[in-house]
Design a protein around this ligand. Structure first.
Ligand SMILES: [Zn+2]
Length: 256
């Protein structure tokens, strides 16, 4: 017994549960956000105009992970596409995207008013089909017989049956466009281009294309770089600063 009470007859103070502010446990809750915004909020490219991007963010603080979820639904399936090819595309997205994109970098979340003052979580990826989740679909997956052009146009993800070749490289590269990343090679006919990535702290990272040796630059290359995940720190910081998150204006998120 410490004998701390000035008046020994006073009852002990109630064990208060803080309702907000600095007393709130920072790391005890899960925060989610369904994202729909311009790719220009994440990066600009002089060779491609911005477009709207959709995905879902989970910052699971007690579960120790940041999860990027993208939900597809089937759209137009060309005649001649077999059920096996359709299944292979779906499996490629669901299995290869998490393997290639996930657990490459972490998100460090910092706030001086929290105890401890920082937490670092692995950034992971998940691809679902619309019948597997209550999250609405973000993209409609159309499938053509390959060879054909694969791209992300608006909310259409256009794939072909050859996109599972080379360990599903094309699926994994196009996935990068669904979350707003730009190509880091020069399009045919272009002689120069600049991509500028934005960060949550307001700084930028500028590239003069062509780059090489990463998933957004080189066919068959699966290297994911830190800049490719800056979009996660931007969105997570906004979420945790907002009322839907921790409502902490001073909290910062950084891909590390
Ligand atoms: Zn591309």
């Amino acid at each position: 017994m410490c004998g701390c009470n000035a008046d020994p007859t006073a009852p002990p103070a109630p064990n208060r549960t803080p309702s907000g502010g600095s007393g709130t446990c920072c790391w005890c809750t899960t925060h989610t956000r369904n994202v729909s915004r311009s790719s220009a909020d994440y990066r600009t490219s002089t060779q491609s105009p911005p477009s709207n991007k959709k995905w879902h963010l989970t910052v699971n603080l007690p579960g120790n992970q940041v999860l990027v979820t993208t939900v597809f639904k089937w759209g137009t399936i060309a005649s001649g596409v077999t059920e096996a090819q359709k299944t292979a595309i779906k499996d490629g997205l669901k299995n290869r995207v998490p393997a290639v994109w996930g657990n490459k970098f972490d998100l460090k979340i910092t706030d001086a008013t929290c105890t401890p003052t920082e937490k670092t979580l692995p950034i992971r990826f998940r691809v679902l089909w619309d019948d597997e989740t209550t999250i609405g679909h973000h993209y409609t997956a159309n499938l053509a017989v390959g060879p054909a052009t694969s791209d992300i146009t608006g909310s259409n993800a256009n794939f072909d049956t050859l996109d599972t070749d080379d360990n599903s490289y094309t699926l994994c590269h196009e996935y990068g466009h669904t979350v707003g990343l730009a190509d880091e090679y020069l399009y045919r006919g272009q002689t120069s281009a600049t991509v500028v990535y934005k960060r949550a702290d307001g700084t930028t990272e500028s590239l003069t294309l062509p780059e090489s040796g990463n998933i957004m630059a080189t066919s068959g290359n699966f290297v994911v770089l830190k800049r490719h995940l800056f979009f996660v720190e931007i969105e997570a910081q906004e979420l945790l600063r907002s009322g839907d998150g921790l409502g902490k204006a001073g909290i910062t998120c950084q891909v590390v």
